[in-house]
Design a protein around this ligand. Structure first.
Ligand code: CU
Length: 324
């Protein structure tokens, strides 16, 4: 603790996904303590055009929660606040951290409480974090949106298979979310007046393992239309794809994974030229692609039933000149 007290401290301003906080791709100076603040928000969210809604549980009001970015050797110091207006107890388990159930055992907060957790980013890669308040509440909170990701960069940046730095121009965080909404006798999605009220119904649907929705960034269509992801021809885009609960397989239609860290570790040599890559449930993976042609590219979970019928699709809108 004495050594940590001597380290410089910086505040990282959280931004809502798909965007990333401002960060250096190559670390400047030595390790830092990076201060981050999450406020837990239980809120009603609309999931699709038919008006299906869920009382989501969120870190900072978004599904997924915000991306945190640090470098290997930095310390993350998270203030986790559970406001009095919430109904439930929450906590946080960082897959990037070591011991104490990833922080879960140290961060249980009832409404009206807050806690500070500090851990060292002792390995590089992209990692999921999620709420894990115990027993059936663990999957219940995770499939109500309470998950996000952290990126721990090597201090000298991410590298291709030849060890050369991969410089990226844009970053996008895609958090895939499976929801398990119950229907009434008429086949309409049920609605509830407060967070937690859907618990019994939700348990029933969760036990079928059949999600009602599989979406990117909280809702069907969140990353299309006004929410579409933007890029220009010639730009390299870093895409972080997280799924806290369920396996998935991202695919960029008309593009590739130039460099893919499917398991998330930046210590691994990236795979190249992938058409589709695997993200294991409970993990995040990274991919870069340098756009060669303009146009609208669909980015999907290539279980096409989940993409087209359940909602797991985004759009990249890429500007530039077509190259014949
Ligand atoms: Cu929770």
């Amino acid at each position: 603790a004495k050594q940590i007290a001597k380290l410089p401290r910086v505040k990282q301003e959280m931004v809502a996904p798909p965007f990333f906080p401002k960060h250096d791709q190559i670390a400047k100076g030595g390790p830092k303590v990076v201060e981050v603040r999450f406020v837990i928000e239980e809120k009603k969210m609309v999931l699709d055009d038919e008006g299906a809604e869920v009382w989501a549980m969120t870190f900072n009001g978004s599904v997924p929660g915000p991306m945190i970015v640090v470098h290997e050797g930095d310390y993350i110091e998270l203030t986790l606040k559970n406001p009095e207006s919430n109904a439930m107890e929450h906590n946080i388990d960082f897959h990037a951290s070591t011991g104490a159930l990833g922080g879960g055992a140290l961060t249980e907060v009832s409404p009206g409480e807050q806690v500070v957790l500090r851990f060292k980013a002792d390995r590089t890669g992209v990692f999921v974090y999620h709420c894990a308040p115990g027993g059936a509440m663990i999957p219940y909170h995770v499939v109500h949106g309470m998950n996000g990701a952290i990126m721990v960069l090597p201090r000298d940046g991410i590298k291709d298979k030849n060890g050369k730095q991969v410089h990226y121009h844009r970053t996008y965080f895609i958090g895939e979310q499976d929801y398990y909404l119950a229907k009434d006798e008429e086949g309409e999605y049920k609605t509830y007046d407060s967070a937690g009220e859907d618990y019994a119904d939700s348990m029933e649907v969760m036990n079928t393992l059949l999600p009602s929705h599989v979406v990117f960034n909280g809702a069907v269509g969140a990353l299309t239309g006004d929410g579409a992801l933007k890029a220009k021809v010639g730009e390299t885009v870093l895409i972080i794809h997280a799924q806290a609960n369920r396996d998935t397989r991202p695919h960029l239609i008309g593009g590739h994974g130039d460099n893919v860290w499917s398991g998330g570790s930046f210590e691994d040599t990236p795979q190249t030229n992938l058409e589709t890559w695997f993200i294991a449930g409970g993990s995040a993976g990274a991919a870069t692609y340098t756009f060669k042609q303009p146009g609208v590219y669909a980015y999907v979970n290539h279980n096409l039933i989940e993409a087209v019928l359940k909602g797991a699709a985004a759009h990249f809108v890429v500007e530039g000149e077509w190259d014949d």
